[in-house]
Ligand binder design. Structure first.
Ligand code: MG
Length: 219
């Protein structure tokens, strides 16, 4: 059965989750990488989604799952192309999510030159908060969105959309142009610096300013 996004008054199935790599310079630097010349896109399946309040079980085949807190935009229309000026109007809802990453498995796959889908797409690897309507917080000229991540009450990551290398609008254009977007698809817009390991028993809270909160427990 398809999960649905938590957006009051809407009825939107969770679709493909497009994730943007290295969209904040300080995170690219901490990974020993540069900001890519073109958007770096990978995909998580809908089955990796979990709503706020979930318990996420760390897979047995990894010993190093990292948190990456990211602003998530959920698309409300079917788009095969859209202009940058119109892109934000296609956003049904905005939330805060975690791009959970089995860093050890990803690093090994990169070393071998193999796909790293498993490290990013496992069951539970994409928890996302309830959504706020895009029209309320994501319009041209609106203030940047700030967000943070707490693990057991300690702040681990802080970010602002003002620090993105590529804007949310430009990312929507790129993904629509290359892949096509469908209602219910989402874009994880990249993580700021401060990624680190999670452990069984951790309580994780991600906050999108005062708009949305995601809480998950790690088991
Ligand atoms: Mg990420």
């Amino acid at each position: 059965m398809r999960a649905q996004w938590d957006l009051p008054g809407a009825d939107i199935d969770v679709g493909t989750l497009y994730c943007i790599g290295r969209n904040y310079a300080a995170h690219a630097a901490e990974m020993g990488s540069a900001v890519p010349d073109e958007p770096l896109v990978f995909i998580k399946p809908p089955t990796s989604y979990r709503p706020s309040g979930s318990t996420i079980h760390l897979p047995a085949w990894t010993s190093n799952v990292h948190h990456e807190v990211e602003v998530v935009v959920v698309i409300g229309d079917d788009l095969d192309a859209i202009s940058a000026n119109d892109a934000l109007s296609a956003v049904a809802g905005v939330g805060i999510g975690l791009d959970l990453t089995a860093r050890d498995v990803q690093a090994e796959a990169k070393k071998r030159g193999e796909p790293w889908s498993r490290s990013k797409g496992w069951k539970g690897a994409a928890p996302v908060s309830g959504l706020v309507p895009g029209a309320e917080c994501l319009v041209p000229g609106a203030d940047p969105l700030t967000f943070d991540l707490l693990v057991n009450g300690d702040v681990r990551q802080q970010g602002s959309t003002a620090l993105m290398e590529r804007s949310i609008a430009s990312l929507i254009c790129f993904v629509a142009d290359v892949f096509g977007l469908r209602r219910g698809d989402a874009i994880f817009t990249g993580t700021p610096e401060g990624v680190a390991a999670l452990h069984s028993g951790d309580h994780v809270e991600a906050r999108l300013h005062d708009l949305a909160t995601l809480t998950v427990n790690i088991a």
